[in-house]
Every structure is written in structure tokens, then in C-alpha cells.
Design a protein around this ligand. Structure first.
Ligand code: B12
Length: 223
């Protein structure tokens, strides 16, 4: 890598990590104009920047607003890079496939969107079903894409029980042992996850990435 390339990638990383988000898209376009491959921009500038943002959030230096801004910027830039990636045939390093959604009856999707973006930026292939997703939709998509993980979000105490229904549907469809199930959302707890037979719980998007990586490792080992 030339010094010039390294400098541009460093610049993109710093803009995103420091939430100077207005400057990120132009810097990414500059990198593309200089011939830096899209995959390199993701793996060596954007993803490391999101890791920094995640750490700062965990340490209390950043708040939700920064997490959301960084997530949205990442998504915006990915919109520029994705078609180029597909054209060049480059493959983003994929950790595994995640089907994610907010359960039936629940319209809260802000937290779920952050989790989805963080997973994507960490290298997961994410299928986001949106909000108010019926159990059959989770199962249908999980089957269709051969998902490794089904991730569910609920923000209402009245909709949490839908997570159990999704797990039941996965069992009925005969794929419960093929997918790991992770749940989250403000009213959800570790104990609730155990109670309904989910494999994992994570309290925020940063932890969700850690836990999903662990679940993939477990899956590989056949656990
Ligand atoms: C914004 C909001 C809304 C918006 C949602 C907009 C949207 N597009 O999402 C609107 C206005 C639509 C809304 C509607 C309602 N809301 Co509301 N809403 C909220 C509010 C203020 C913030 C939620 C939020 O976005 N938080 C920010 C995100 C980032 O946090 P988060 O969702 O918790 O996500 C983080 C973690 O939980 C975790 N996570 C989330 N999902 C997942 C998934 C996985 C797999 C993992 C691992 C982790 C994970 O990671 C995220 C990021 O770190 C909360 C209050 C609160 N403090 O939670 C009330 C709240 C959830 N709402 C509430 C209520 C009652 C309602 C309504 C019923 C109000 C009404 N009477 O109409 C309706 C229900 C509509 C419906 N059917 O869903 C109550 C729920 C009470 C309860 N115990 O059930 C709350 C708690 C407010 C309150 N204190 O009363 N709401």
C-alpha cells in the first residue's frame, strides 16, 4: 500500500470514528477515485472505525446519538460501495448469515436497526425483515438463506412472548438445531432468554456483535 493510500484510509477511519460524518462520503469517493478497492475501504477504514465507535460507546464517551450517526453513515457509504463490490466480484469477509427483525405487534425498530448495522459492519451478512414480523416470516427467511443466526428484537412487555412463538415455529419447521437464536430489546433479559430457550441475549449492539461472533464459533464446533 502506498503512503497516499494509507493516508486516505486513515482519514476515512478518523472521520467516522470522530463522528465527523459529513466528511465521510467525500473521503470515500476520493479513495475510490484513487483506485483503492471498495473492500479495502470497508475492511481497513470503515469497519475499524465502527469498532472504535463501539468501544467509545461501551466506555461511556459516546452516547446513542453517536452510535446512530455512525451507523447511518456506514449504511450510506455502504450504499455507494455495495454495487461496486458486486461488480468487481469482491466478497466482503463474511462471518455468517443473520436474519433479524422486530417481532409481531412491535413497531420499535431503532435499536434493531443499530444492531443490524453493527453486525453488517462487523462482517455478517444481514437480512433485515423490518418490524412487526410474524413468526412464519422469520422461519421462511431463515430457511431461504440458510441462516446461521436468527436475531429478534422486542421493546414491549406485551410482544416479548412472540420471541417464544418464533422459537416454536423454528422447531416445527425442523430447523431449530440449525440456527442460533439471539434476542434483545429493553425489556428482554438473560433470564427470559433462558426461559424461552433462546441461545443468547445481548444488552446492546456492541455486545450483540461479540455474542454473534461467539455463536458462530460454537456453531462451527457443532455445539
Ligand atoms: C421511540 C419509541 C417509540 C416509537 C418507535 C419508533 C421506531 N421506529 O422505533 C413509537 C412512537 C412508534 C413508539 C410507539 C409505542 N411505544 Co414506544 N418507545 C419508544 C422509546 C422512547 C425509545 C425506544 C428506542 O428506540 N430506544 C433506543 C434504542 C437504541 O434502544 P433499544 O431499542 O433498547 O435497543 C438497544 C438494545 O435494547 C439492544 N437491542 C435492541 N434490539 C435488539 C435485538 C437483538 C437481537 C439484540 C441482541 C439486541 C437488541 O441493542 C440496541 C442498541 O444498543 C421507548 C422508551 C425506552 N426507554 O425504551 C418507548 C417504549 C418502548 N414504548 C412504549 C410504549 C408503551 C409504546 C406504545 C404502546 C405507545 C402507545 N400507547 O401507542 C406504542 C407501541 C407501538 C407498537 N405497536 O410497537 C413503552 C413500553 C412499555 C412496556 N413495558 O411495554 C416504552 C418503554 C415507553 C415507556 N416508558 O412507557 N414508541
Amino acid at each position: 500500500m502506498s503512503d497516499e493510500e494509507r493516508e486516505i484510509l486513515e482519514k476515512i477511519k478518523n472521520y467516522l470514528a470522530n463522528i465527523e460524518i459529513d466528511k465521510v462520503p467525500d473521503a470515500v469517493k476520493e479513495a475510490l477515485n484513487k483506485g483503492i478497492p471498495p473492500l479495502k475501504i470497508i475492511n481497513e477504514a470503515l469497519a475499524p472505525a465502527m469498532n472504535i465507535v463501539g468501544k467509545k460507546f461501551e466506555e461511556g464517551e459516546y452516547f446513542l446519538a453517536e452510535l446512530v450517526a455512525a451507523g447511518e453513515t456506514f449504511k450510506e457509504v455502504l450504499g455507494i460501495l455495495r454495487p461496486l463490490l458486486l461488480k468487481s466480484g469482491e466478497k466482503i469477509k463474511r462471518l455468517g448469515k443473520v436474519v433479524i427483525g422486530t417481532v409481531r405487534g412491535d413497531l420499535h425498530d431503532i435499536g434493531k436497526n443499530i444492531v443490524a448495522t453493527m453486525l453488517e459492519s462487523a462482517g455478517f451478512e444481514v437480512y433485515d425483515l423490518g418490524a412487526d414480523v410474524p413468526p412464519e416470516e422469520f422461519v421462511k427467511k431463515a430457511k431461504e438463506v440458510n441462516a446461521d443466526i436468527v436475531a429478534m428484537s422486542a421493546l414491549l412487555t406485551t410482544t416479548m412472548i412472540e420471541m417464544k412463538n418464533v422459537i416454536e415455529e423454528l422447531k416445527k419447521a425442523g430447523i431449530r438445531d440449525k440456527v442460533k437464536v439471539i434476542i434483545g430489546g429493553a425489556p428482554v433479559t438473560e433470564e427470559f432468554a433462558r426461559e424461552i430457550g433462546a441461545d443468547a441475549y445481548a444488552e446492546d449492539a456492541v455486545k450483540a456483535v461479540e455474542v454473534c461472533k461467539r455463536l458462530i464459533e460454537e456453531k462451527k464446533k457443532g455445539k
